[in-house]
Design a protein around this ligand. Structure first.
Ligand SMILES: C[S@@+](CC[C@H](N)C(=O)[O-])C[C@H]1O[C@@H](n2cnc3c(N)ncnc32)[C@H](O)[C@@H]1O
Length: 347
């Protein structure tokens, strides 16, 4: 059958019909699919309703529609998802980054700003070392977003906005903070995508990628840094959710990225145990260093003692009560929908 040159207006109508069949399809989804097929942006699609699709575009569009009808998420069809202002490659080996995870990135940046001791390095003429470890990196969306928004590789920014008054301790170009980055995942395929995103988005920032079950394969020298910040968006859904959540998720996103035992807390509990064991090594090591390199100034000694090991993890709001009881000193922050979402624990 010969192809008709069909206008975008007609295609949008077709999509309106489809959106009734496929759960969760929004107007935005329709525009994204058309924009992807045409390699234009959404604004272009909206402002060119009379543009006629070529045969090639028509076929590509129909193929995308067929995939969407089978509940495949838009991000897997287009192969990308925007996160923290950047386009990340995604495949079925990686979770599709969620908007609430941007709050974990905000929290990580704020933590780095607030907890890195000020002025120590200037007095001692050296940089303050910070090791950032992202556990369950998936597409690398968390670690890359943090690395791209703190000095020395960028001015200090929160969601792309330059921070009003960067604190003394974080300075661009030869500044006093020396961050290093490690990204971990148990899935080799996910790590491959994280590395691809790293190469595309910020190859100038050194990041070490490690295949590991939580912290098991992290080299012990990692704990030599003064400040350790562990970021984790691990699987956190109770296994029983597999019967109730949307088909778009259960049929397409990797189960290894979603479920974590009966209450959804198996991964987080195991990670906290591993950090507890390793952080005692961290404090022993630094107590020893402090003893050997004793500085005559008491203020410098005070700053030196402020070594930190901190975990910032995304949680399911349903876990908040259990976690508050188990870790009364932890801080739990709400997301933009006012749900408990970001769990911070210092060791
Ligand atoms: C919820 S996804 C998060 C992905 C990404 N960080 C994000 O925010 O979109 C969880 C990730 O943890 C990884 N993972 C699952 N179990 C793990 C384990 N024991 N050790 C390390 N990573 C694990 C999965 O492969 C998956 O990539």
């Amino acid at each position: 059958m010969p192809f008709l040159r069909v206008s975008l207006r007609a295609r949008m109508k077709q999509l309106t019909h489809i959106s009734k069949e496929v759960n969760g399809t929004t107007n935005l989804d329709k525009e994204v699919l058309l924009a992807w097929v045409l390699q234009k942006n959404k604004e272009w699609v909206l402002t060119h309703p009379d543009y006629k699709l070529s045969n090639f575009e028509y076929r590509a569009f129909n193929k995308a529609i067929e995939r969407r009808k089978k509940h495949e998420p838009i991000a897997y069809i287009t192969g990308t998802k925007e996160f923290y202002g950047q386009p990340f490659f995604v495949t079925k080996a990686t979770l599709i980054p969620r908007p609430e995870t941007e709050e974990l990135v905000d929290e990580a940046i704020t933590h780095i700003v607030e907890t890195t001791p000020r002025g120590v390095s200037e007095r001692r003429g050296r940089a303050t070392s910070l090791q950032v470890i992202d556990i369950g990196t998936g597409s690398g969306n968390i670690i890359l977003s943090v690395a791209m928004n703190i000095p020395p590789h960028s001015p200090l920014t929160l969601r792309g906005e330059v921070a009003a008054s960067p604190p003394l301790c974080i300075r661009g170009g030869g500044g006093s903070l020396l961050p290093t980055y490690t990204a971990v995942d148990i899935s080799k395929k996910a790590l491959k995508i994280a590395k691809k995103n790293h190469k595309k988005l910020c190859p100038q920032i050194p990041i070490t990628f490690i295949k590991s079950d939580l912290l098991k394969n992290i080299p012990s020298k990692t704990w030599d840094q003064e400040h350790i910040l562990i970021l984790a968006n691990l699987p956190y859904l109770p296994q029983s959710d597999s019967k109730t959540i949307a088909k778009d998720i259960t049929k397409f996103e990797p189960a290894t990225a979603l479920y974590s035992g009966e209450e959804g807390l198996d991964h987080l509990t195991e990670l906290i145990q591993q950090i507890k064991n390793l952080s005692s090594r961290h404090s022993e090591l630094h107590a020893k260093n402090l003893d050997q390199n004793r500085d005559p100034s008491p203020s410098v000694q005070d700053d030196e003692k402020k070594r930190t090991v901190t975990l910032i993890a995304e949680i399911d709001p349903r876990q908040s009560a259990i976690l508050k009881k188990q870790f009364p000193l932890a801080k739990i922050k709400k997301d933009l929908s006012k749900k408990d979402r970001i769990f911070t624990l210092s060791f």
